[in-house]
Ligand binder design. Structure first.
Ligand code: ZN
Length: 94
């Protein structure tokens, strides 16, 4: 993703690491007053946040596909129980 592809909303969805303004506010100058555009580091931070969100969604949709396949292979079985079993296995206290 390129920083020029970001919308104003996407950029202002993260706080600015440079001038420390909050989410939803425009970047400010050191001497006060609004800056004409966001700081570069804020754009990079927004890209990072968006890519993280995207990766999370990909992860969730992979899980959904896997869960559906699991259910199709085992009709009538309780998927929640299966997940609880997995969690207990992971902690080593079955
Ligand atoms: Zn800023």
């Amino acid at each position: 993703m390129n920083s020029n592809e970001l919308t104003r909303e996407q950029i202002s969805s993260v706080p600015c690491p440079s001038c420390l303004v909050a989410v939803g506010k425009g970047c400010v100058l050191y001497l006060g007053g609004l800056r004409s555009g966001p700081h570069l580091v804020r754009k990079l931070s927004a890209i990072d946040a968006l890519e993280r969100k995207r990766a999370h969604l990909v992860h969730l949709s992979r899980f959904a596909l896997w869960a559906r396949a699991w259910l199709l292979e085992r009709p009538g079985q309780d998927f929640d129980k299966h997940l609880t079993g997995l969690r207990l296995d992971g902690n080593g206290r079955k």
